[in-house]
Design a binder for this molecule. Structure first.
Ligand code: FES
Length: 190
């Protein structure tokens, strides 16, 4: 028979996990307090997270992500310091719109691909496919990077996978411009 608990008898705060599917267990009057002893969290000092707080958090997070994405595509100034391995890869104006070229970076054993992407400008990625390391090439019509080994496709604007077996985007290569020369300065695995 169903047993009802009056409002006065109910614990002040429901335990986080209190239901048992299909069972007929009744909550022990002190069950709501037992778990608090095991997890001594200072509830009185905790601030209540409102829906507005959550919304602000989500908006701030989206803004930060947007800015981070923008920063990734910005052509920076050539950084200085002994640790910097800046490799000249092209002259400014060398690539017509939608043209591309392959360059060696960070040494002769690895290559990157530089594209003058319509509407976006210069972007650079490692040309090593993230599936099984074949070299990708740029397809000017579709504006995608294509891996011929297993028909992998990447978005040239972001390096993200569009189709095929790869699961990770192409590593980004940061570029910088100084005195009319475009340099590759850093590869960022993703
Ligand atoms: S190596 Fe590029 S899709 Fe397999």
């Amino acid at each position: 028979m169903e047993q009802k608990i009056s409002a006065q008898e109910q614990p002040e705060r429901e335990p986080l996990v209190s239901s048992t599917r299909g069972g007929n267990q009744q909550p022990h009057p002190s069950a709501g307090e037992e778990w608090r002893k095991e997890f001594p969290y200072p509830w009185n000092e905790d601030e209540v997270v409102t829906r507005r707080d959550t919304l602000h958090f989500l908006l701030a997070g989206s803004g930060a992500l947007f800015l981070a994405t923008g920063v990734l595509t910005i052509i920076g100034h050539l950084p200085s310091g002994e640790q910097v391995n800046a490799v000249p890869i092209a002259r400014v104006g060398e690539l017509a719109e939608n043209a591309w070229k392959v360059f060696e970076f960070p040494d002769q054993y690895a290559q990157g691909i530089l594209i003058n992407l319509p509407g976006k400008g210069l972007v650079a990625y490692s040309d090593v496919c993230t599936h099984l390391s074949c070299a990708v090439t740029y397809q000017q019509e579709s504006r995608q990077l294509h891996c011929p080994c297993h028909e992998g496709y990447f978005d040239a604007a972001t390096g993200e996978v569009l189709a095929g077996p790869p699961t990770r985007p192409l590593p980004l290569i940061h570029i910088a411009v100084q005195d009319g020369i475009i340099y590759a300065v850093k590869q960022v695995p993703r």
